[in-house]
Structures are given as structure tokens and as C-alpha cells.
Design a protein around this ligand. Structure first.
Ligand code: AHM
Ligand code: MG
Length: 326
């Protein structure tokens, strides 16, 4: 019996972006171009991730990033590739990255946008062939175009994001993004070099049965969080934790669930970074009908005080997050 091969048909990312250009407050085409630049960088990272094992480029790079974590070679590669794509695109004036200590001012006199990103999240999973991701937020600069980029430009609240998204390098590579009018997901067809619209107008189920938390930290959690986990068990929920934020988030977005990275004894503000990880996912989750909080406040309302600030993170299906907040 012959197996019928699936073929990619439908709307390409490019065509979709063009169609949606009028959604943007300034339909000048700049943000559209910027999204295309990010997609291009995503394709390049997809290629690197997929041949990581072959080229022996997995493994530690031997340096540490600003949080004192060991950088992986692919972290560094992804960071370089993204910066290059954004620089060449010409729409961005500054980049802040989980992998860099300081603001990267591109000295681009015409650039109106700031990008915050985690170029390769979950990098400890690279060597064991588990899904990883890229997370990005796009802001409009607040200082005048052509001037030096300021702290105010890069420390904006998540509610100021004009677009946010992630790339998931999983069994397929996907790009999921929002410009504040719903969430759409695109699957990459490597044979054609194109992203195709595969998940239109994504909505997270209002309730779910999956909880995702590193339960190994159970003893160092606040009693209230322990209590919530006990409730999940009483309700016979399913525990799923990949340890790769984008992958855990993506699964819960599709199936319904809650992702929790709370404060622990070791990490009183949790582990995840407001600017590079939480803001983007919070915007996507809200746009899909879910919620994202730090346990008390809406993530998107938190005023960042420093670039690498961490926050506890609770995100997912509306009812589950509301229940957890009780
Ligand atoms: P990273 O940005 O250094 O890769 O760390 C973030 C990752 C997330 O992808 C994941 O959800 C989390 O760290 C897992 O942390 P832990 O091993 O403490 O559960
Ligand atoms: Mg990260």
C-alpha cells in the first residue's frame, strides 16, 4: 500500500503578514518586515538545531552568561543569528537578549522597534534532543527616532508590546505570534523553506487538566503552592513537565493546562525572566483567552526595573490560573 505524502498547502506566513498589515496601528510595513526577519532567523536556527548532533556543536561553550549560567554553543549561535537578521532587516534600533549583559544599541537612525528575546530557551535540553524554543517581544521605542536608546525604551511594561511570539523547535518547527489581535501558529515545511498557517486564531481551552511544574522543588515551595499541587492531585490532573518553557507552554495552549514556575527557597523571584520569557508568553496567553500572573499581579502590568529581572510565573487556562490564585 502506498502512503500518501502530506503536502503543504494554504497560506504562507508571508502572505498572511501582508494580509494582516492593516491590523497594525502604523501600517507602514515596518513591523511586517520585522516579523519576516524573525521568521528568517527562525529558519536558520531550525537548521542549526537540526544538525546540532551531526556537527558536534551541542554542548557547553565554556563561558557563562550574565546570570552565571553555562552558555551552550547553540545559545551563542542563536543569539548571533538573531542579532544579524534583525540588524540586516533595518527596522530595529536595539536588542536586549537573555544572553547579553547590556542593551545592544544598533545605532540605526531609522529603527523604531526594540526587540527583547531569549534566542534559545531550554538550552539544557539541546544535548538530549528535547524541544527548545526562541521567545521574542517587540516594542515601539519611546525616545525620539535617531537618538540614543534609553532604559525607558527597553524597560517597558508587557502591556506595551506591539507583537510577541515564539518559535518551537519540536517534532515540527512552529512560529506562533500575536500582534494583539488573536494568536496564529505557522508550521515550517523545511522542503519548501516556508512557514504555513496551521493553527489559525488559537484559543486556549478555558479549563484544563494538565499542571506543569518542577515538582522536584516541592519542599522549597510556599505552603500555598504546595496546597495547589495537592489539589491538582486530588482532582487526578495529569502532570507534564518537559523543562523547556516554550514546549510546556505550547502544549498547554493547545490542550488546556497551567504552567507554574513559582518562587522557591533558592530562587525567591522564580527563575524566568520578565523581559525575555514571561511578557511574550503572557501576551500570547491572554490573546488566546488565558491568563498570566506572578501569583498576585498581571504579568503585563509589571513595570520592569532591570533587564534581567525574574518573576514567579503562572500561566495557562483561565479557570486553572484563577483557581491557583485563590
Ligand atoms: P534557560 O533560559 O536558561 O534555558 O532557562 C529557562 C528554562 C525554561 O525553559 C524551563 O521552563 C525552566 O528553565 C526549567 O527550569 P528547572 O530545571 O528549574 O525546572
Ligand atoms: Mg530562557
Amino acid at each position: 500500500m502506498q502512503t500518501k505524502l502530506a503536502t503543504s498547502v494554504g497560506i504562507t506566513l508571508d502572505r498572511f503578514i501582508k494580509k494582516k498589515q492593516n491590523d497594525f496601528a502604523f501600517a507602514s510595513g515596518e513591523l511586517s518586515q520585522l516579523l519576516r526577519d524573525i521568521a528568517l532567523a527562525g529558519k536558520i536556527i531550525h537548521r542549526e538545531v537540526n544538525r546540532a548532533g551531526l556537527l558536534n556543536i551541542g554542548g557547553a561553550y565554556g563561558t557563562e552568561n550574565v546570570q552565571g549560567e553555562e552558555q551552550q554553543k547553540l545559545d551563542v549561535i542563536a543569539n548571533i543569528r538573531f542579532i544579524r537578521a534583525l540588524k540586516n532587516g533595518g527596522e530595529v534600533c536595539a536588542i536586549v537578549s537573555e544572553e547579553d549583559d547590556e542593551i545592544l544599541d544598533l545605532n540605526n537612525k531609522d529603527g523604531r522597534y526594540i526587540v527583547s528575546m531569549d534566542p534559545l530557551d531550554g538550552s539544557s535540553n539541546i544535548d538530549v534532543n528535547v524541544s527548545i524554543g526562541t521567545i521574542f517581544s517587540i516594542f515601539r521605542r519611546v525616545s525620539p527616532v535617531g537618538s540614543k536608546v534609553t532604559n525607558e525604551d527597553v524597560l517597558q511594561k508587557g502591556s506595551e508590546q506591539v507583537a510577541a511570539g515564539y518559535l518551537l523547535y519540536g517534532s515540527s518547527t512552529m512560529l506562533v505570534y500575536t500582534t494583539g489581535r488573536g494568536v496564529n501558529g505557522f508550521t515550517y515545511d523545511p522542503s519548501l523553506g516556508e512557514f504555513f498557517l496551521s493553527h489559525a486564531d488559537m484559543k486556549i481551552p478555558e479549563d484544563g487538566k494538565i499542571y506543569s511544574i518542577n515538582e522536584g522543588s516541592y519542599r522549597s515551595l510556599e505552603p500555598k503552592v504546595q496546597q495547589y499541587i495537592e489539589n491538582c492531585k486530588d482532582k487526578k490532573y495529569t502532570a507534564r513537565y518537559i523543562g523547556s518553557l516554550v514546549a510546556d507552554f505550547h502544549r498547554n495552549l493547545l490542550k488546556g493546562g497551567i504552567y507554574i514556575y513559582p518562587s522557591t527557597d533558592k530562587a525567591p523571584n522564580g527563575k524566568l525572566r520578565l523581559n525575555y520569557e514571561c511578557n511574550a508568553l503572557a501576551m500570547i496567553c491572554e490573546q488566546a483567552g488565558g491568563l498570566a500572573t506572578d501569583g498576585k499581579n498581571r504579568i503585563l502590568d509589571i513595570q520592569p526595573e532591570s533587564l534581567h529581572q525574574r518573576v514567579p510565573f503562572y500561566t495557562g487556562s483561565k479557570k486553572m490560573v484563577e483557581e491557583a490564585m485563590k
